[in-house]
Design a protein around this ligand. Structure first.
Ligand code: XMP
Length: 440
């Protein structure tokens, strides 16, 4: 068992941010809501406790269980008014700022001093060791039974699949679902790359029609996500049956999926299709998530440890519900065709401009507005595309990318010229928070 630090999350991005920094220091940590029962914390036998966040609207009402202060474990408060208030009465170490920007170096020094000198933790969180241990656990758990792994082409599912393949070899069947919500040429590209790179059994299934008919008439983002989540499982079940049955389903769920889908009593921001979007009943006896405790940058490290190629490891994220969350409102074939074309233009121009290495995620989305325009002598009343491009280290906070105007100009010109039914292009200049990266 690892030595563990527990982070009690008082809201805002500080908890997750500090969790990533603690992991970077080589210490395993878990984020829990600030008001979990004291027992939940003490049972984990933490060697350090960190109270984090809550700058916005937090106050004395937000408090944690008294056992936490009495269990003799060193406590650090980071950007936490609760910690500042309690500082005088209870012994809490306080860090005023997060280790970022001007405070990055001194912040990391303070954090390390708390973890190693004050709490006596040691560096034992190591990706190579995690990968080895997880493969062994998968071997033990699955044994000679069979498992199905959902591949999306993204780094998370690729890493999960390769781990499972190392563990059980041919007992694993991988499945790639074309749900009709993919980007231009994506199904073919992904299948080509996957079958070239991995020598695993990979089945592609065409489920375009069934996803689209389930989504017909649905406008609410959460409803759309739940429908996609459920339909994925139904397709997996059917494919498992065709492959002669599979006991386990392996998913590339990662830690931020769980946090963002609302763990404990924190707000549900979005039900990630593979967490909050799952149906209550399914035919698999268990879902196995070998990447569950990992942050995205840790998954990439695990990918490197496993020998995955640079392209897969660096691939920008694409959400499971795909273009369904990039078409605001009801999803139709017609709207998907528009967003697909606009997105292809945007991605092509970003790559041409050599900006793809600097921008962590970029895509086009279709808004639900129509507006008046003019082409030649004629009035148009057409749709508006929103371009989104962000820089981020963890996808939990993000800034909009400073794309040069000339590039935006070229993209906008090409989209209005080449994509039918679009007469306006917006560039989204909101950071996350308060916006999220995807529009839905
Ligand atoms: P948001 O929009 O919440 O997205 O700022 C954060 C990151 O997560 C991706 N995302 C998802 N990934 N299933 C996924 O696998 C989902 O349901 C999902 N929703 C958002 C998003 O693309 C971004 O990288």
């Amino acid at each position: 068992m690892h030595q563990v630090a527990v982070i009690l999350d008082f809201g805002g991005p500080a908890g997750r941010f500090i969790a990533e920094k603690v992991r970077e220091c080589g210490v395993y940590c878990e984020v829990l809501p600030h008001d979990v029962p004291g027992k939940t914390v003490t049972e984990k036998k933490p060697k350090a406790i960190i109270l984090a966040g809550g700058q916005t609207g937090a106050g004395p009402a937000l408090f944690c269980a008294p056992e936490i202060f009495d269990c003799g474990v060193p406590i650090l408060g980071v950007s936490c008014p609760c910690a500042a208030e309690e500082d005088s009465k209870k012994k809490i170490f306080v860090m005023r700022y997060l280790p970022e920007g001007d405070h990055a170096d001194s912040g990391m020094r303070e954090l390390k001093s708390f973890l190693f000198d004050i709490s006596g933790l040691s560096r034992c969180w190591d990706m190579a060791e995690y990968v080895e241990r997880t493969i062994e656990e998968l071997k033990e758990k699955i044994g000679d039974k069979t498992a199905l792994c959902a591949l999306s082409g993204g780094v998370d599912s690729a890493v999960a699949a390769v781990m499972a393949h190392r563990a059980i070899g041919d007992g694993l069947t991988c499945i790639f679902v074309d749900h009709g919500l993919l980007r231009k040429n994506e199904a073919d590209d992904v299948m080509r790359t996957l079958s070239e790179k991995f020598r695993m059994k990979i089945i592609k299934t065409d489920a375009r029609e069934r996803f689209l008919s389930k989504l017909a008439g649905v406008c609410q983002p959460e409803k759309k996500r739940k429908i996609v989540g459920e339909e994925f499982i139904r397709v997996f079940e059917e494919e498992a049956e065709k492959a002669g049955g599979a006991e386990f389903l392996i998913q590339g769920t990662i830690y931020p999926d769980i946090i963002e889908s609302g763990s404990g009593n924190s707000d549900v921001i979005k039900s990630h299709h593979n967490v909050g979007g799952l149906p209550d009943t399914m035919s698999f006896s268990e879902i196995i998530e070998p990447l569950r405790p990992l942050f995205k940058n840790e998954v990439r490290k695990a990918g490197i440890v496993l020998g995955l190629d640079e392209e897969t490891v660096r691939r920008q994220p694409f959400p499971g519900p795909g273009l369904a969350v990039r078409v605001v409102g009801e999803v139709t074939e017609e709207k998907l065709a528009i967003v697909r074309e606009a997105d292809a233009v945007f991605r092509e121009e970003i790559i041409k401009a050599g900006l793809h290495g600097e921008i962590n995620q970029y895509f086009a989305a279709l808004t639900d507005m129509r507006s008046v325009g003019v082409t030649g002598d004629s009035r148009t009343y057409d749709r508006a595309i929103a371009l989104r491009a962000v820089t981020t280290s963890d996808f939990m906070t993000a800034d909009f990318a400073r794309i040069p105007y000339e590039v935006l100009e070229r993209v906008s010109q090409r989209i209005v010229n080449e994509v039918k039914q679009v007469n306006r292009v917006f560039y989204d200049v909101t950071p996350k928070p308060p916006a999220t990266i995807e529009l839905e």
